[in-house]
Ligand binder design. Structure first.
Ligand code: COA
Length: 274
């Protein structure tokens, strides 16, 4: 059987470390998240977290397989949501157990930079996977949405909270209340995605961003990510105080010295803590 999550290690351009390209691989079911996928994503997160050579994680969905003879091709998909077939016959206790400590939180809690590369449907849990990444880069043909309301449900992988931060209260409410599809252009307009590119350019452009990020000091990156996250949990006064503490601490690090000296020497910094 094919792996439901494929991890490829792509060398960083400076020859130091890798970008982990993680492909959710159930194209015949539009890469929907069944328990096997969830388990594999969680394993991947543990692996990436504990692997010093991983500088950035790019999450994406597998492209459709060629159609069987006489059948129509399946559509392009990032992730078309949780696997709805696994929702039947479950009560709240079973669902709470399944959704507790889930893969989307594992992605969210990764201390490495994460990018969602989206080409196709990013619906429900798919939109939530995208929202749990640090940056979202999409093709112009992608379609976003939180259609759970049509199943008598609402998002259960954090989108009621993360979408509000990304697109604001009004757009989040509209998406969740209508369940309507959101085009890539509209997703870009409301801040749901950082960039949109033509499908044929998506991978190269996304990898450019990943390479740029992968070349920074990873120890500084961890502090920066944690400090920006603090803005979601704190008011501005406390948040600025956290920044002041973390910023000052960076002045005790080797990579700060290396970065500043490289600027003064007009050279490229070679980070100690990659
Ligand atoms: N869970 C389980 N299976 C799913 C799925 C999901 N979320 N989304 C798609 N699939 C499966 C379909 O059942 C179908 O399987 P089959 O070919 O074995 O019958 C296959 O993926 C292709 O999907 P299909 O619906 O035939 O494609 P389409 O082009 O007609 O429609 C969508 C595409 C995305 C509009 C449609 O699949 C859809 O609405 N999916 C559910 C989206 C959703 O509500 N997500 C939130 C879940 S919480």
């Amino acid at each position: 059987m094919d792996e439901v999550v494929i991890v490829e290690e792509i060398a960083c351009e400076n020859g130091d470390g890798v970008i982990a390209k993680v492909t959710i691989n159930r194209p015949d079911k539009l890469n929907s998240l069944n328990q096997d996928v969830i388990k594999s994503i969680k394993q991947m997160c543990k692996w990436a977290e504990n692997n010093d050579s991983v500088r950035c994680v790019v999450l994406t969905g597998a492209k459709p397989n060629p159609p069987e003879e006489g059948k129509r091709a399946k559509p392009n998909s990032f992730v078309a949501g949780a696997d709805i077939t696994e929702f039947t016959g479950k009560n709240s206790e079973e669902i709470r157990e399944i959704f507790r400590d889930n893969a989307i939180e594992a992605i969210w809690n990764l201390n490495k930079p994460t990018i969602a590369m989206i080409d196709g449907f990013a619906l429900g849990g798919g939109c939530e996977v995208a929202c749990s990444c640090d940056i979202r880069i999409s093709s112009t043909r992608s379609i976003f949405g939180t259609p759970e309301i049509n199943l008598g449900l609402m998002p259960g992988y954090g989108a009621t909270q993360r979408l509000v931060h990304l697109v604001g209260y009004g757009h989040a409410m509209e998406m969740m209340m209508t369940g309507n599809n959101v085009s890539a252009e509209d997703a870009y307009r409301i801040g749901l995605v950082n960039h949109i590119f033509e499908p044929e350019d998506l991978e190269a452009k996304t990898m450019e961003y990943a390479q740029t990020i992968a070349m920074k000091s990873m120890s500084t990156m961890r502090v920066a990510k944690k400090t920006i996250r603090a803005a979601l949990d704190n008011g501005i006064t406390d948040g600025v105080e956290i920044e002041a503490i973390e910023f000052a601490k960076l002045f005790d690090t080797e990579d700060q010295e290396i970065g500043v000296q490289a600027f003064l020497d007009r050279s490229t910094p070679v980070w100690k803590h990659r």
